[in-house]
Design a protein around this ligand. Structure first.
Ligand code: NAP
Length: 293
């Protein structure tokens, strides 16, 4: 049963545009209810010209924390008092934590992906990884893989210059040639003597264009032992189907969404959420989306 809202209720929320289809309130309000914590989480639809006022206003209203979604993950940075080092390198912030004098920005998308992978027993350390895409999410994935000890990340993108830019930044920051940039059609040049973990971070395959995959060639999928798609709508993407049909394991991005939220909740409240609590929230998310597996 929902806790009564009273003079002690703490407020957290999400700012973005649009925010109407978000699953984040289900994550945070379920966690708060489960803990008996007097906290509510509300989505706020914010127009671009109001972004600065929204953040200042939230601080003035004693808001405990905010999530930030598209299109403001980069634009929010000038309005922060402080930014976590990794979030600064990634250039994107999805979580604001109240501190003395202003909000501090973090990127829990990246930490969320790592925790989602760990929960599925997918390792990064020492792995040969194919990263499809070089947009905002892929950039965070590239930093995560490199900082978590991937042997090599082959980053493939339709616009190769973007893959090159991400590779240069990550390699410079890591002090090793971990990322190898390529065009998307260059997958045929990937060394064929090994099998890869593939992370799908393009927007291809997203509902309603569910029959699309950024690479359709079945020979490509024979190289993959595990495929992780950041997309979770649909819960079985064409990419995942192609991986499975070639004998690999495949996962959708809903657990990444879960853990980016769980980590934000932990930062706001200074606590650790147990795996059991997180998986209970996940069961509710899957039910809401009609996912059975
Ligand atoms: P983004 O910055 O817009 O990047 C889009 C990426 O898709 C770019 O690499 C882009 O290539 C590629 N792309 C778009 N249209 C293409 C086409 N027709 N052919 C080939 N490549 C194409 O988006 P993002 O923020 O990185 O998000 C990417 C995906 O990750 C989205 O589906 C999003 O829903 C998902 N995501 C999931 C989570 C989660 O919690 N599970 C979190 C964040 C993001 P170019 O550079 O060539 O344009």
């Amino acid at each position: 049963m929902r806790q009564q809202i009273d003079g002690y209720t703490r407020l957290c929320g999400l700012i973005g545009n649009p925010v109407e289809h978000t699953m984040s309130p289900a994550i945070h309000n379920t966690l708060a209810e489960g803990e008996g914590r007097n906290l509510v989480y509300v989505p706020f639809h914010v127009e671009r010209e109001n972004l600065g006022r929204a953040i200042e206003g939230a601080y003035g209203l004693n808001v405990l924390g905010l999530n930030v979604t598209v299109p403001y993950k980069g634009e929010v940075i000038p309005f922060l008092k402080e930014i976590d080092r990794m979030a600064e390198r990634i250039g994107a912030v999805n979580t604001l934590v109240r501190t003395d004098g202003g909000f501090k920005g973090y990127n829990t998308d990246m930490m969320g992906l790592y925790r989602a992978m760990r929960s599925e027993n997918i390792s990064i350390e020492g792995e040969e990884i194919i990263l499809l895409g070089a947009g905002g999410a892929a950039r965070a994935v590239a930093f995560m893989c490199a900082s978590r000890g991937a042997a090599r990340v082959w980053i493939l993108n339709r616009t190769p210059e973007k893959a090159e830019a991400v590779a240069e930044e990550v390699n410079t920051q890591q002090g090793r040639e971990c990322l190898v940039p390529m065009g998307m059609e260059d997958y045929v040049r990937l060394p064929g003597d090994r099998r890869y973990l593939a992370i799908q971070a393009t927007s291809i395959g997203l509902y309603p264009k569910v029959d699309e995959a950024v690479i359709q060639d079945r020979d490509f999928y024979k190289k993959i032992h595990t495929g992780f798609d950041l997309i979770y709508r649909p819960s079985t993407t064409r990419f995942m189907t192609l991986v499975r049909e070639s004998g690999g394991r495949a996962f959708h991005g809903l657990k990444m969404l879960l853990y980016q939220g769980v980590i934000a909740y932990e930062l706001w409240n200074g606590i650790s959420v147990s795996e059991e609590e997180a998986l209970a929230v996940y069961a509710g998310m899957k039910e809401a989306m009609g996912i059975e597996e």
